[in-house]
Design a protein around this ligand. Structure first.
Ligand code: NAD
Ligand code: UGA
Length: 484
């Protein structure tokens, strides 16, 4: 029987996604005395976490497979038994998805909290004894109040029980970035814990202090913690929109955005990180979290604040369209029947995640213009690309040289070998900064392409001289050097 001390022994994490999986794996590795149970309603995802083939894990993150190998079955468990694992946990992390609402009040801006609410109700029903509930998902400021209300309503209905359940709610937002999640989790800039009850805060603090330096574990009030997470993402995304905006200006004026970024980044007040001009930010969170901030600002009557943040997302949309439009322009105003090699589909390197990837938006624009796309990505599955772009031909329907089959309406295909994407291509468009794309031999690529051919580098990862020496036309984001 559990006692009311706050020494945590069993953790349950609800949501085995990009945050729940890696975060709990690192906690399990760093705190071998803790039992960590990660639960999810998606049984396919849980089976993948339990797969003996470690390349089948549902989340690709460098270093994650080694931790899973070490801890799974020892003190880390993945299961669909949500209720049972809630009931035995001393601490429950809510790490479920919080996407933008697609209908109803706030559609297109507010976060859809139905998964969070459903978790809170499950916790209210099945938790036993005293349980610390930790918000790990990114949530609108003041969501803790909703969670508390739901949990407290279960307490009031148990007044006659011998051992009624009781709860504390903490906010502990996650700041990991995909592709470097393990590194970020093991060596975080800070861990943020927001809450009211010092004992509960200390219990979570104790877990992190197993591997995080004391001075990096920050305590705040619960609302500051919730709002700090949205603010961090908004500030980061704002930097990207700012540099992409300047990149467009560089292309018109003969400046080079890399030089501008180096010059401003040397100012210690500005700093050098997050100043890479690219195809526009993607990922599941920046857009949704800023839109959430926009919604909240409007909700509290702060229209100008809302407009300020909205412009960060608007600029990103504009920038992605700008990239598609300039490709059409450079290819003589039409893409009809032209083959374009797309290098990279994930929203950034070192992840298999495509959520809100600039590649989706840009590929859709190019397909709309009549282009034929040969898409390569080392980690994104064909099924995910089909989810994002619509169906593509099955392998037996594919003859790369004569793709697309005129009898089929499918106009994009995934290629396994980068070289295959160059065959008869009019252009190569680099959208994700995978390391292997910076090692391409452009002399060999040029021999396979149709002349005049273009390389569009939206990530600034190829050697411009090698491309130009290979007789290819070259565009690089934010590069105005060829302006006379
Ligand atoms: P995800 O979609 O990868 O995973 C969420 C999981 O929760 C899914 O597998 C889903 O099946 C499961 N789930 C939903 N409702 C459930 C329920 N009632 N019971 C059990 N399982 C349930 O999402 P994610 O990328 O891990 O993000 C989760 C949260 O963390 C979001 O709020 C996000 O904003 C935030 N976040 C994400 C990142 C990131 O890099 N992806 C980083 C920091 C914070
Ligand atoms: C981002 C934040 O960096 C994390 O701190 C946060 O926890 C997370 O969102 C979240 O809440 O989900 P993530 O989206 O995984 O992490 O990856 P980032 O490295 O931030 O990249 C986001 C997008 O911005 C990518 O498309 C990336 O290519 C782009 N980017 C990033 C640039 O275009 N330029 C840059 O300089 C940096």
């Amino acid at each position: 029987m559990k006692t009311l001390t706050y020494k945590v022994k069993k953790i349950c994490c609800i949501g085995a996604g990009y945050v729940g999986g890696p975060t709990m794996a690192v906690i399990a590795e760093e705190c071998p005395a803790l039992e960590v149970n990660v639960v999810d309603i998606n049984d396919k995802r849980i089976s993948a976490w339990n797969s003996n083939n470690f390349s089948d894990l549902p989340v690709y993150e460098p270093g994650l497979d080694l931790i899973i190998k070490k801890c799974r079955g020892r003190n880390l468990f993945f299961s669909t038994e949500v209720e049972m694992n809630i009931s035995k946990a001393d601490m429950i992390f809510i790490s479920v998805n919080t996407p933008t609402k697609t209908h109803g009040i706030g559609a297109g801006q507010a976060s859809d909290l139905k998964w969070v609410e459903s978790c809170a109700r499950q916790v209210a029903t099945f938790a036993t004894g005293h349980t610390i509930v930790v918000e790990k998902s990114t949530l609108p400021v003041r969501t803790a109040k909703v969670i508390k209300t739901i949990l407290e309503s279960s307490q009031s209905s148990q007044l006659n029980c011998k051992q009624p359940s009781s709860f504390d709610v903490l906010s502990n937002p996650e700041f990991l970035a995909e592709g470097s999640a393990i590194q970020d989790l093991k060596n975080p800039d800070r861990v943020l814990i927001g809450g009211e009850n010092q004992k509960a805060i200390n219990a979570l603090h104790e877990i992190y202090s197993c591997w995080v330096a004391e001075e990096r574990i920050l305590h705040t009030n619960i609302w500051s913690s919730e709002l700090a997470k949205l603010t961090a993402n908004a500030f980061l995304a704002q930097r990207i929109s700012s540099i992409n905006a300047i990149g467009a200006l560089c292309e018109e004026t003969g400046a080079d955005v890399r030089e501008v970024a180096r010059a401003i980044g040397s100012d210690s007040r500005i700093g050098s990180k997050f100043l890479d001009c690219g195809p526009g930010f993607g990922g599941s969170c920046f857009k949704k979290d800023i839109l959430n901030l926009v919604y909240l600002s409007n909700y509290f009557g702060l229209k100008d604040v809302a407009n300020f943040w909205k412009s960060v997302v608007d600029l990103n949309n504009w920038h992605q369209n700008r990239v598609s439009k300039l490709i059409v322009k450079k290819l003589f105003g039409t893409l009809s029947g032209k083959r374009i090699a797309i290098l990279g589909f994930a929203f950034k390197a070192n992840t298999n995640d495509t959520r809100e990837s600039a590649a989706i938006h840009i590929c859709k624009n190019l397909l709309e213009e009549g282009a034929i796309l040969l898409i390569h990505d080392p980690k994104v599955e064909q099924s995910q690309m089909e989810f994002d772009l619509g169906s593509s031909p099955s392998p037996e329907e594919i003859d790369i040289k004569n793709f697309p089959n005129p009898l089929l309406s499918k106009r994009w295909m995934k290629v396994k070998d980068i070289k295959d994407s160059f065959i008869n291509a009019d252009a190569v468009l680099i959208l994700t900064e995978w390391k292997e794309y910076s090692d391409i031999n452009w002399g060999d690529a040029a021999k396979l392409m149709r002349k005049p051919s273009w390389v569009f580098d939206s990530r600034s990862i190829v050697n411009n001289k090698e491309v130009i020496n290979a007789g290819l036309n070259f565009w690089r984001v934010g590069d105005g050097y060829n302006i006379t």
